[in-house]
Design a protein around this ligand. Structure first.
Ligand SMILES: NC(=O)c1ccc[n+]([C@@H]2O[C@H](COP(=O)([O-])OP(=O)(O)OC[C@H]3O[C@@H](n4cnc5c(N)ncnc54)[C@H](OP(=O)(O)O)[C@@H]3O)[C@@H](O)[C@H]2O)c1
Length: 248
């Protein structure tokens, strides 16, 4: 099969850990140039150095996705250094699960700021470039929780439903510019995500659930590869996957 990933410039938010890190590493082995954004400068610089030392091309740009100007700077840095942007992976996110009655208002705000506004800021940063280029893929990470609602998941699910709504509206709107959009909705996968649960009792349950159910992070990288590797006339819009043993 043709390699449509080689030479592509891929900007990744939340690239210091989990899905973002594996995506940068995996796409780089397939010949992509990767631009890593996250708040943990030391971590993204180390990942970038390792990629470059293996002959890959990458750049690390400290980015907090809740700051619109930092997300713009991430994308502008990719353009300035590499001249184009083929793919934005809107991946940064957290999962501060808790029942509404716990009144974790700070968690609610953070979840909305990172999971929804961060995605919007990513779209705002790449759209002017992609419209002018007349190509590009905007891939955003939702969740199985963006398809189902369970107690304790109100705000997280709301944020992940929002990602799907935004991506579908975007898909319809950007047709004239040859821009493609996709959502990946994973189930439980082994990353640091459970650490973003701040409620002690819920955290314990989630860590137990993940230790029994979660599958390898490679699963995400394989889905991402599939989406980016399609020829330009094919627009894969959604992949939903979960561990075989995960019921809901
Ligand atoms: N793992 C799963 O089971 C699963 C399932 C469904 C959906 N997801 C989604 O997958 C995405 C990636 O999560 P993960 O599982 O890979 O978890 P992870 O290992 O905890 O990684 C989260 C990433 O998001 C970044 N991040 C958090 N706040 C940020 C901010 N304000 N600005 C920039 N980056 C920020 C973190 O980097 P810094 O802390 O360095 O900023 C980190 O790189 C999330 O959207 C999550 O909701 C995960």
């Amino acid at each position: 099969m043709e390699n449509n990933i080689k030479e592509k410039v891929v900007v990744i938010t939340g690239a210091s850990s989990g899905f973002g890190k594996i995506s940068a590493e995996h796409l780089s082995t397939l010949g992509a140039t990767v631009v890593l954004g996250a708040r943990s400068t030391d971590k993204i610089e180390k990942i970038s150095e390792e990629i470059n030392s293996k002959g890959g091309k990458s750049l690390a740009v400290t980015t907090d996705v809740t700051k619109v100007e930092q997300v713009k700077n991430l994308v502008d840095s990719a353009i300035n250094k590499f001249g184009k942007i083929d793919v934005l992976l809107n991946n940064a996110g957290l999962m501060p699960l808790s029942p509404l009655e716990y009144l974790k208002v700070e968690d609610w705000n953070r979840c909305i700021d990172v999971n929804i506004k961060g995605v919007l800021y990513g779209i705002a940063a790449v759209l002017p470039y992609m419209k002018e280029q007349k190509f590009g893929q905007i891939i955003s990470v939702s969740s199985v929780a963006g398809h189902t609602i369970r107690p304790g998941g109100a705000i997280y699910s709301a944020s992940k439903y929002a990602v799907r709504v935004i991506s579908e509206a975007l898909r319809q709107e950007v047709k004239p510019y040859n821009i493609r959009t996709a959502v990946i909705s994973p189930g439980a996968v082994e990353t640091n995500l459970p650490n973003s649960v701040t409620a002690t009792d819920i955290s314990k349950n989630i860590h137990e659930y993940y230790s029994k159910h979660a599958i390898s992070v490679d699963s995400f990288a394989r889905c991402l590869e599939f989406i980016i590797n399609q020829p330009e006339d094919m627009d894969v819009n959604e992949i939903l996957f979960r561990p075989t043993i995960q019921q809901l």
